[in-house]
Structures are given as structure tokens and as C-alpha cells.
Design a protein around this ligand. Structure first.
Ligand SMILES: *Cc1c(COP(=O)(O)O)cnc(C)c1O
Length: 376
């Protein structure tokens, strides 16, 4: 075990099929590290996707303790939950102002991130009717083509600034390729965002996600918006992940012997090439373990650690079960009821993601609801 591994001494309930341990001290340390690196820019925290899968409430409480005062979520429902937890936080809702939600934003003191002219007009009209210039962010698109005003619309907004009925609290854009160092789109987005931000000199500006926050200072502006790096994921290819935040252990339901030539699991996709010992673990794709992490005779899958040995997954992943080849693990070192480590003990999010043709974001946000969860 490395000093970065998460350990906990409390014993999980005997019926738990899997144990997900969330290291909130590591989460706080990661946030503090990023905040330190981007000073004098301020550091927000992105807690969408149920706090990247670790739980919105525990994540946001820990991040508030670490000094975060500005938060980003995707949806109004997430913002409401966050407001109940953190009465003083500044909360932005990234997915915009859905028609009919205006009053809820006002009542809960939430800031919509306005990403189209129609949203701007609707929020402006609502503020005028209410008689209060409520705050909002404006998102300007600089190449992502997902949400946000076009550059021309942003210029028009700057020119018609007097007609805006709300308080422009933040001007933001979002990087599409900051995870790839030197991708030419990042430089183009930076240049375009600089030009637009210059039209709103009195408004805070924000461009950087984790990859940008851990990249060139020029990307930082007034406020950075890291997500994945805070949760221990790898934000860019040239930067090592910060401290791991999640550890995932799966219960060994059975240990069985498989004869040479027999197959394991659905589709008979794995054939034992030698007499094998196989551990059947009590978790599967219903718990967010990607089915693509499974293996076949043609393709290796992910790995898990049993009693200090790295063991390959074999065969297809079922809904609630998966198989590990533990032939190399000494027989007396493992019994039913023990755990195999899928994340931790040297196996990172990236290892599982790579074998599953996905990214650490998807691994985290898919983490199952059936695990016994503990926060340390
Ligand atoms: C999700 C998101 C972030 C955080 O991105 P990471 O890559 O997880 O750091 C920042 N800004 C916006 C607009 C986002 O949607």
C-alpha cells in the first residue's frame, strides 16, 4: 500500500456486496492544492453529477470546509439540495434557465448560467417584473458548440448593456480540449474569450476546468472551475492525478475451481487454459462497473487486487457478479467474504477506465448505489 491509499478501520456490514470508501481529507487536500496553484485567481468547485458520483452533500460540505465558496451544478434540483446544505454559498446552475424555473432561482438565491439570447431575455424580463436585478452568469461559446452565446451575440450584449435587467455576476466559457496539452483549439478559445471578456471589464471572468486550472496561468482569469482533478481523476495527459478519493472493494461470494478447457460466464467468452481458481465477486454492471471492463479469450479486461496480488477479470461482467482468476493467489490467503480491490491498492480510475473504453469521469459518476458507502 502506498501512503496515498485510503484505509478505514470500521468493518462493513456482512451483507455488503461492495464497499465504496470516499476519502474526504484527500478531496479537501486536492481542492486546497488547486486553489493554491491558481492564486490569485479564485477557485470554485464543480459538484454536478452527485459530486462526481461520491455524493453531493458530503462532497460539498468537505469543499466548503476547504474554503470553496462558489459552486457549480448542472441542474436546479442539485442547486436546491446544495442551497439547503450551504445557505451562504454562491451557486451557479450550468445547464441554463429552463422555462418556468425563474421563480425557483429567485426564491433559493441561485444563479442561472444563461447560455442563449432567449434565456437572457427571459431572465431580464423576470427581473424587471420582480423589480430586482437578480444575479446570473452568461456563458459565451468559444468553440465547444454546446451551450453559450455566439461571439456576435456577446458583442451585441455588451453594446446593449443598459437594457440588461439582471446583474451580470460572471462571464464564462468552457474549454473543449484543455486535457490535450498544446491542442490548437485551446489557444483559439483563449484568444476569443479574452476579446469578449475585454468588453465586460467590470465582470468576473472564468474559462478553466481542471485541465485549464492545472495548465497555463493565462487560462485562469478571475475564477477557475475544477471538477475531476478535485475528485482524484486525471485532468490532462501531462499532469499526474492528485490524491485518489475513492476506493472500491468488492465482496468475494465464492471461490471455485475450473478445469482446463472449461469456460466461465455468459457467452462462454473465457476458456480456462489451465486448472484455475476463480473468485466470483458480488458486483456487476448494475453497480456501474462497465461491461466493457470484462474479458474474453481475445481481449484482456480490467484487474483487481486480492491479498496483494493483481488478478485479471475473466469472462463477461454480469449484472451483479463478475469473475477473477485468482490462481496465482495462495490458497490460504483468500476466503469467501473477503474483498478484492477494484480501485485502490495501486489501481487507479484510469486503469479501469482504459480497459472500459471510457474516461475516469464516467467511472466516478456511474459508481453504484448498492455499495456500502463510507466517508473517511
Ligand atoms: C463539468 C464542467 C467543469 C468541470 O470540468 P472538469 O473537467 O471536471 O474539471 C467546468 N465547467 C463546466 C462548464 C463544466 O460543464
Amino acid at each position: 500500500m502506498t501512503s496515498h491509499d485510503i484505509t478505514s478501520h470500521d468493518i462493513p456490514p456482512p451483507e455488503a456486496g461492495g464497499v465504496l470508501t470516499v476519502d474526504l481529507a484527500a478531496l479537501r487536500a486536492n481542492y486546497e492544492e488547486i486553489a493554491r496553484r491558481v492564486t490569485p485567481a479564485a477557485c470554485a468547485a464543480v459538484v454536478k453529477g452527485d459530486g462526481y458520483g461520491i455524493g453531493l452533500v458530503p462532497a460539498a460540505s468537505a469543499l466548503w470546509q476547504a474554503g470553496a465558496r462558489t459552486f457549480f451544478v448542472a441542474l436546479l434540483s442539485e442547486a436546491r439540495e446544495l442551497r439547503n446544505l450551504l445557505p451562504e454559498a454562491e451557486i451557479f446552475v450550468l445547464n441554463g434557465l429552463f422555462p418556468g424555473t425563474e421563480a425557483a432561482y429567485r426564491d433559493k438565491r441561485l444563479c442561472p448560467v444563461l447560455g442563449s439570447v432567449s434565456e437572457i431575455e427571459r431572465w431580464s424580463a423576470f427581473c424587471e417584473d420582480t423589480g430586482t436585478a437578480l444575479p446570473a452568469a452568461v456563458h459565451v461559446d468559444t468553440g465547444m458548440n454546446r451551450l453559450g452565446l455566439s461571439a456576435t451575440e456577446a458583442v451585441n450584449l455588451a453594446e446593449g448593456r443598459d437594457e440588461i435587467g439582471f446583474t451580470l455576476a460572471l462571464l464564462m466559457s468552457h474549454l473543449a480540449c484543455a486535457d490535450e496539452p498544446d491542442h490548437p483549439l485551446t489557444a483559439r478559445q483563449l484568444e476569443d474569450f479574452r476579446a469578449i471578456a475585454a468588453l465586460f471589464p467590470d465582470v468576473r471572468a472564468s474559462l478553466a476546468n481542471s485541465a485549464g486550472a492545472l495548465g497555463d496561468r493565462a487560462l485562469h482569469f478571475d475564477l477557475v472551475r475544477p471538477g475531476i482533478a478535485v475528485y482524484g481523476g486525471r485532468p490532462r495527459k501531462d499532469v499526474a492525478p492528485l490524491r485518489p478519493v475513492v476506493r472500491l472493494e468488492l465482496r468475494i461470494a465464492q471461490v471455485r475451481h475450473v478445469h482446463e478447457g472449461e469456460t466461465v460466464g455468459y457467452g462462454a467468452a473465457h476458456t480456462a487454459l489451465r486448472p484455475s481458481r476463480v473468485a466470483i465477486l458480488s458486483a456487476g454492471y448494475a453497480d456501474g462497473i462497465p461491461r466493457l471492463a470484462g474479458a474474453s479469450d481475445l481481449r484482456p479486461g480490467a484487474e483487481a487486487v486480492v491479498a496483494g496480488h493483481r488478478c485479471p477479470l475473466i469472462g463477461r461482467i454480469s449484472m451483479d457478479l463478475l469473475a477473477l482468476d485468482i490462481t496465482e493467489v495462495p490458497e490460504d490467503a483468500v476466503s469467501p467474504g473477503d474483498f478484492a480491490t477494484l480501485l485502490g491498492d495501486g489501481l487507479g480510475l484510469e486503469d479501469l477506465a482504459r480497459h472500459s473504453a471510457t474516461i475516469d469521469y464516467e467511472i466516478l459518476t456511474s459508481l453504484g448505489r448498492r455499495y456500502h458507502r463510507r466517508w473517511v
